[in-house]
Design a protein around this ligand. Structure first.
Ligand code: IFM
Length: 489
């Protein structure tokens, strides 16, 4: 039976339609939702170690249980089906697949680990939902970190072998493999500011990590193509729409520097086969980049079927005068160590206006600007919004979550995606972050991004108003143009 709140919203004069074939999905990541940290042969990842280290994660939260998705995936897939999702983007936990990996060898494949993801894929396909698999969403096996982690090229080599194993096992049913999720976070938050696992604060290590993550992408992409020749290979980046409200040449230079560190240091090697000269020059005082070996850039510069774009919030910078306290509202957590390697003269002013519970400024224009920039600079490259969404402080009242701010955020960002599409950007899908409330890294369970609320005591799932609303958008294949249509039910 269709309940009132699930009734389809027909496209109307006040709705804007998406192109035929546009894919609607929702996303999660293994460590954030699965739980079962010590089950099924899984060994610890860097996030197990980090979250179990006192003082690292708000409230001492860990992913030990999280959303218990490992045990409840059938129920969760049914919920996705009820919301009309066409696709589910999830990640595979590397420590479930090769739990004995070392820097020198991948070690035996854990059949139980593969069986879990195989069952998930089958469940999704039976529900008419297309799986999109991210191979690495930050849960590096701890043994690899102990041998250098992403500062070591052996991690990239082992990653490619692991990617080949997963693609060989799932490639008969999975059409889209995403090598890495947001290598910016793995490198700079993990190795420079230390607010993510493994919690290191060494700028030179962060740049070595950047390169080895790029290498892992390239080697991994080739491995997926070998094992699953029919699959599409993508890479997901958290790209920034960097702008300044300043007017000086130094402000413009701050934009260039941050754009280099966040966007071009990943886009250029992957899509053009070279590192940007200005980034190499900016960071020369930190590292000589001698970890880049002859031939690496050819290995990184693999054909890419689509680029995954994660966008949440704008990045606003200005030149720092070096005297007043440096503003650090970059949205990436508090640390005495900046993630912005070699950009000490840049600051991140606080913006007026709406903010999410993460303190992130809301500005949907950035979504359009980013997609159009990518289209301009890399014409013909298929783009998929692999994450977008917002955290708010939700409460369940009489079985409902009236999260109108999230709904408005989603509406505005979907409209912004459509603006880009109508201006010619080849955006083919949108994955809402996130399906479920989950373990938000160093914020633990204190930040809720889901369109489905999770009670962490009972594991009860409650579809939020935004979830019903998103379902109505999916059914209508259109986004309402006015606030009047924001509330369903
Ligand atoms: O929860 C994260 C996700 O794992 C990666 N992208 C950003 C999300 C919100 O912070």
């Amino acid at each position: 039976m269709t309940t009132t709140e699930e009734r389809p919203t027909a496209p109307s004069a006040t709705a804007r339609a998406f192109p035929p074939g546009f894919v609607w999905g929702t996303a999660t990541a293994a460590y954030q939702v699965e739980g079962a940290a010590a089950e099924g042969g899984r060994t610890p990842s860097i996030w197990d170690t980090y979250s179990h280290t006192p003082g690292r994660v708000v409230g001492g939260d860990t992913g030990d249980v999280a959303d218990d998705h490992y045990h409840r995936f059938r129920e969760d897939v049914a919920l996705m089906q009820r919301l009309g999702m066409a696709s589910y983007r999830f990640s595979v936990a590397w420590p479930r697949i090769t739990p004995q990996v070392s820097a020198d060898a991948l070690g035996p494949v854990n059949a139980e680990g593969l069986a879990f993801y195989s069952a998930l894929v089958d469940e999704l396909l039976a529900a008419g939902i297309e799986p999109a698999v991210t191979l690495y969403h930050w849960d590096l096996p701890q043994a690899l970190e102990d041998a250098g982690g992403w500062t070591s090229r052996r991690t990239a080599e082992r990653f490619a072998e692991y990617a080949e194993v997963v693609a060989a096992a799932l490639g008969d049913r999975v059409r889209t493999f995403i090598t890495l999720n947001e290598p910016w976070c793995s490198a700079y938050l993990g190795y420079a500011s230390g607010v993510h696992a493994p919690g290191r604060t060494e700028p030179a290590a962060a740049l070595a990590a950047v390169h080895h993550l790029n290498l892992a992408h390239g080697l991994g992409a080739a491995a997926v193509r070998r094992a699953a020749p029919g699959a599409r290979v993508a890479l997901t980046l958290n790209l920034a729409w960097v702008r300044t409200e300043g007017t000086t040449a130094a402000d413009a230079d701050a934009v260039r520097r941050v754009d280099g560190l966040q966007n071009r240091v990943f886009l250029d090697p992957v899509l053009r086969g070279r590192y940007p000269d200005d980034v190499l020059a900016d960071t020369a005082g930190v590292t000589d980049w001698s970890f880049v070996r002859d031939g690496d850039l050819d290995l990184i510069h693999q054909p890419l079927d689509a680029l995954g774009v994660n966008y949440y919030s704008p990045t606003v910078v200005r030149a720092w005068d070096g005297t007043t306290p440096r503003a650090e509202n970059d949205g990436h957590g508090a640390s005495a160590h900046s993630p912005w390697v070699a950009a000490q003269d840049v600051e991140f002013p606080e913006l007026p206006g709406d903010k999410t519970a993460m303190g992130w400024s809301v500005d949907a224009r950035g979504m359009t600007e980013l997609l159009l920039r990518l289209h301009r600079e890399h014409p013909g490259l298929e783009l998929i919004v692999t994450e977008n969404g917002a955290a708010y402080d939700d409460v369940v009242v009489a079985g409902r979550v009236h999260d109108v701010e999230r709904t408005r955020y989603l509406r505005d960002h979907l409209a912004a995606v459509l603006d880009a599409v109508e201006a010619g950007a080849p955006v083919t899908g949108y994955y809402l972050w996130s399906f479920l409330d989950n373990f938000e890294w160093s914020y633990g369970f204190s930040k809720r991004f889901g369109v489905v609320h999770v009670d962490y005591t009972t594991q009860q799932r409650t579809i939020k108003d935004s979830g019903y609303w998103y379902a109505s958008v999916v059914r209508a294949h259109a986004v309402p143009a006015t606030d009047g249509a924001l509330v369903t039910g």
